[in-house]
Design a protein around this ligand. Structure first.
Ligand SMILES: C[S@@+](CC[C@H](N)C(=O)[O-])C[C@H]1O[C@@H](n2cnc3c(N)ncnc32)[C@H](O)[C@@H]1O
Length: 334
């Protein structure tokens, strides 16, 4: 096995040993600094619930080690012996105990019942969602990076992989999140497991959704009623993406831990999400909507004031409002 040169990077409270490569070769372990924000958020979510987490695709162990350092019980799994070796090195380097399993994620997931499972593979989590729903009692997190399949670039892949009709929309990051959420809700319903989205966020090409899991056909039916259509994309999750109480708890925890836990960017995204919670309608993209309407682009501050709107973490050019699309369009054209 070829050895990789390592470098150290700081992420929140941890110092991590990671491969010193810009672009990994096939089979090499890869560390992505862009995922730091998602790891910060996962620390806040898992701390709020307090469950033991199976990190089914541990990679360098960055998430697992950071979770353990923040008081979360974790089991780290990876198919790659090189990745697991790095995970163990990172655990030792950070002075934490971290049980590891060297196996295919699907086998480890099936080996017992887990309180929480985190699916963070390369590309799509779709192949593992069913087995994770069968073997997870409380909380499931899925991360997708196959954005082309979720944002209307490859409609045939959307249909095949996630079972929805996709169209490129101006607010595609949120629509992709809702498509991913909808897929998990429908997969859960087959097993009478109600997978209820409680937190979601997007950063660059990382789309992440967390689900509370509850048994019961009635609860599944109630979730399925919240599947719907948005700008020709269907069926996607049109219910809440965030559970208010969880976001409040994460905010409180983040404020107390401060930057020791995460980056300024994470806190900024969490602030934005806190504002978004009470606005269930998908966001509008100001520039794209104005272009479509042939209207001049108004300053964001004016938009926020006149439309009783808030910003969104999905894009700095987006806003959420309770006003209907017709009302928004009429005001922009006025
Ligand atoms: C995107 S990386 C994980 C990143 C990591 N969660 C983090 O936050 O840094 C994906 C990992 O999945 C592993 N992998 C790929 N297929 C797998 C499988 N079937 N079972 C378990 N691990 C797998 C790869 O070896 C790789 O380390």
């Amino acid at each position: 096995m070829a050895t990789q040169n390592l470098k150290t990077v700081r992420e929140g409270e941890s110092e991590l040993l990671v491969p010193d490569v810009a672009k990994p070769e096939e089979g090499e372990v890869f560390y992505h600094p862009d995922q730091a924000l998602a790891r910060d958020m996962s620390i806040l979510v898992y701390r709020a619930y307090g469950y033991e987490v199976l990190d089914a695709f541990a990679g360098t162990g960055a998430r697992s080690v950071r979770l353990v350092r923040n008081g979360v019980r974790v089991v780290a799994n990876d198919i790659s012996d090189r990745a697991l070796e790095m995970t163990r090195q990172n655990a030792t380097h950070n002075g934490v105990e971290l049980p590891t399993i060297h196996n295919r994620a699907e086998k480890t997931i099936h080996s017992r019942l887990w309180e929480a499972v985190d699916l963070d593979p390369f590309g799509t989590p779709a192949p593992w969602v069913h087995c994770a729903l069968l073997n997870t009692k409380k909380l499931l997190a899925v991360c997708a990076t196959d954005t082309a399949a979720l944002t209307g670039t490859y409609p045939r892949v959307s249909r095949r992989r996630y079972g929805f009709h996709s169209v490129r929309t101006p607010n595609y990051p949120e629509v992709a999140t809702r498509a991913l959420a909808g897929f998990v809700v429908r997969e859960g319903a087959k097993l009478e497991v109600a997978a209820e989205p409680v937190f979601a966020h997007v950063y660059r090409h990382y789309i992440r959704v967390y689900f509370e899991l509850h048994k019961g056909a009635g609860r599944c039916d109630a979730l399925l009623k919240q599947m719907g259509e948005h700008h020709g994309v269907h069926p996607i999750w049109m219910g809440q993406l965030w559970k208010k109480e969880l976001v409040r708890q994460m905010q409180e925890d983040a404020r107390e831990a401060g930057l020791a836990l995460g980056s300024k960017l994470t806190l900024k995204h969490l602030d934005l999400i806190t504002g978004e919670v009470d606005f269930p309608q998908p966001y509008f993209h100001l520039h794209k909507l104005c272009k479509e309407l042939g209207a001049p682009v108004r300053p964001m501050a004016e938009v926020l004031e006149k439309l009783d709107a808030v910003r969104t973490h999905f894009t700095p050019l987006g806003f959420r409002t309770r006003k209907s699309e017709d009302e928004v369009s009429a005001w922009l054209k006025s």
